[in-house]
Design a protein around this ligand. Sequence first.
Ligand code: TXA
Ligand code: MG
Length: 335
Amino acid sequence: MSDLPQNVSPKELENAAARVRRGDLVAFPTETVYGLGADADNPVATAKIFAAKGRPADHPLIVHLANASQMTDWAKEIPAEAWKLAEAFWPGPLTLILKRSSRAHDGVTGGLPTVGLRVPSHPVAQALLKQSGCAIAAPSANRFGHVSPTKAEHVRAEFGAELPCILEGGDCQVGLESTIVDCSSEHLSILRPGGIAAAAIERVLQRQLVAPQEDSPACSGRLLSHYAPSAEVQLVASAEELAQRLSERSFTQAASPFVVLSVEKPLQLQDKNWIALPVQEEACAQQLYSALRQIDQRGASIALVFYPTSATGLGPAIADRLQKAAGPRSLSDRH
Ligand code: TXA
Ligand code: MG
């Protein structure tokens, strides 16, 4: 275990691995976001994930594996293109949706005929998978609909004493969830943009992906509202629109406090009303969820976000998360 980061001791790792083996929950870092893990073979253990998150039972979990060769344990009729993607991007921020084998029970798949599989690269995630000897089902370690955690302290803020075992792995490097590629039908599509750019996937496949179809599998990343702070989030499309909003007295002088998230601090805005976003998209992705959490920490009830994204690289994933954070919050969306 020499590649374990210094902040996890061999004893802590063995304790966490033992918890997984006996059917308890463990939060652990991955390169994308922190996960809330349980033994994927144990339906009693995976049910605890749904209870802790307040997640609807029909939302499937991603099964995390130590290496790509374990794909055949969990999936069947794996197309050659899925193997190609696994070879190119695993370990890493990619999830493949495949036809499930009989090992993938309904408690993991939400009753779908498919299963989501991912091999994470974070050394602590890899160590936990190897030490426990289990495949680990894990969603992001946040309450359903909330902002995903990218630091151990975010997980503590979500669950408090309810979750005694959180492995510390520092700040997640990617900061946004994995890209989900549906490989269960002939036409491969991205169900959720994420840490791997669509163009990189298309380069490996040497063909274009299609947009998700009407009958593509359900995915909570496709809900209108998700990844959302408690405050109302509004997106603005231009510096002019931002200046216009900030000139509205009804807005700046309202009793409830506001914040602006942007690359540059708007003129005359006080520091307490501003949360900086990095101009560079990789850095922005890494810090985005921390910034969304700060909105609530500052006690703001409304946030204006101005962050123009590119159409390539991590741009679509950042735009997707911002749209979801600003999405309409019907009760059925947020449970
Ligand atoms: O980066 C990530 O993917 C993180 C880390 C912890 O690995 N996990 C994560 O899990 O984001 P979660 O549960 O928050 O989001 C997983 C998404 C959900 O939108 C779920 O609907 C979708 O994956 N999903 C899982 N299995 C699926 C399946 N069989 N068919 C369609 N979507 C699936
Ligand atoms: Mg999530």
